[in-house]
Design a protein around this ligand. Structure first.
Ligand SMILES: [Zn+2]
Length: 423
């Protein structure tokens, strides 16, 4: 079995990667989960892709297996926390849940295992997300998109043959998600410069040291899986998704809560964050291209707490963003002297931020080219957005989380409206 080395201190103890690795599943389970009976959890598509073969390998190796849980392939499975709760209710201590799938399926089983308090194994069926090796699952809990804390898989297996046979749009989606680490790094640099969230060097290097190499060739599956895994580990170490996600992910969360659909289907996570990336990069280049004195002269006056409240209510009037969002938005709003002080800090650091943005990012056309080459959408209309929802998404993305991003910088500087013209 081809074990890939894992950084020290990870929740993940075993990672098997290679061509034909699926045949190593019995050995992996025996080594990582001695004495426990496997319970395969898949949907009809991932069962065809790897589940049935995995089950055969287990039986032939003489393992007793539980009756598998196979969800329908259509409609697409949703990351509904209630489903995780149901799965958790069926997990016993002497079982090892084995998620056979990618993003949503892995997250469902990850959360279920977390609730049940047992470790689990994931058999990856596509290089489509960075969530394989991250702790926490992106779930919808009572209508709100949340990262639910739960341990990463204790064992992960990825068979390159299975990954290669995944639908091409899944690989495109994984590539787009990996590319987001570039602007996400810029967001962290901004928060660092302003003294809001200092960069953790060790965690930073896990993602940012090799990111340009990983995204250089979208057909390089090994680089793609390595990059996605590394970002997962970085989140495990940092206990937060900051190293892997910035404003572009916030755009995507807003559209998810709005149940964005395109031709009757929800666009993939990667496609949404890819469009978010195009938007965020344009906003960041607005900063990079606007001289400090010009930026100061464009700045709109600060709002009063009352006026901001009205603005927030208006942005949230669709009512689909969960009950806590208005509170989160107001908690981060700086009014009066605090607002003026923050604005002064931003303008004092303006040139430093401009340099950081130029250093961190490729030119905007390059992002478009990379996404297009990978087969990912590059225009908001391709994922079912209209102009109004696209722009509204940018304003609303700024409200929904505490995480400081370029959207907060632009809002606090009084420049968000001007910057949005770039979109
Ligand atoms: Zn992501």
């Amino acid at each position: 079995m081809n074990l890939v080395s894992i950084p020290a201190g990870m929740e993940t103890g075993f990672f098997v990667l290679g061509r034909g690795a699926l045949s190593d599943l019995p050995e992996l389970l025996r080594t990582a989960f001695p004495g426990r009976t496997p319970w395969l959890i898949a949907d009809e598509n991932t069962w065809r892709a790897a589940g049935a073969a995995a089950s055969d390998f287990l039986r032939r190796a003489g393992c007793s297996v539980m009756e598998p849980q196979i969800f329908p392939g259509i409609p697409k499975l949703h990351p509904d926390y209630a489903v995780s709760r149901q799965l958790a209710g069926r997990i016993r201590e002497n079982m090892v849940p084995v998620a056979v799938g990618s993003g949503v399926l892995n997250d469902l089983v990850k959360c279920a295992s977390g609730i049940a308090g047992v470790s689990y194994c994931c058999v990856a069926t596509a290089a489509s997300v960075d969530g394989y090796t991250s702790s926490g699952g992106a779930m919808t809990v009572d209508g709100t998109k949340k990262t639910v804390p739960c341990p990463a898989p204790y064992a992960l297996l990825a068979d390159v043959e299975v990954l290669e046979n995944a639908p091409p749009e899944m690989m495109a989606s994984g590539y787009a998600d990996l590319l987001t680490k570039v602007p996400a790094g810029a967001d962290w640099r901004i928060a660092d410069i302003l003294g809001i969230e200092p960069i953790d060097r060790k965690v930073w290097d896990m993602v940012q040291r090799d990111i340009r190499c990983w995204v250089a060739d979208c057909r390089n599956l090994e680089h793609l899986f390595a990059g996605l895994s590394a970002t997962g580990y970085s989140m495990q170490v940092y206990h937060d998704s900051r190293p892997a996600s910035g404003a572009e992910h916030l755009f995507s969360h807003v559209w998810e809560m709005e149940h964005l659909s395109c031709n009757g289907e929800e666009p993939s996570h990667g496609f949404k964050v890819g469009i978010g990336t195009i938007a965020v990069v344009k906003l960041m280049y607005f900063i990079a291209d606007t001289p400090a004195d010009r930026a100061r002269s464009l700045a709109r006056s600060l709002l009063s707490e009352e006026a901001r409240k009205t603005e927030v209510e208006d942005l949230l009037k669709r009512g689909c963003y969960g009950s806590a969002v208005a509170e989160t938005a107001m908690a981060k709003f700086l009014s009066g002297a605090a607002g003026a002080e923050r604005r002064e800090l931003i303008f004092r650091c303006w040139e430093k931020i401009q340099r950081a943005i130029r250093e961190q990012l490729f030119p905007p056309e390059k992002f478009t080219e990379l996404l297009r080459n990978a087969g990912a959408p590059t225009d908001y209309r391709e994922i079912g957005l209209d102009r109004e929802q696209y722009i509204h998404g940018a304003r609303t993305a700024q409200l929904i989380r505490k995480r400081y991003t370029v959207l907060d910088l632009l809002y606090e500087a009084g420049l968000l409206d001007d910057a949005l013209k770039e979109l």
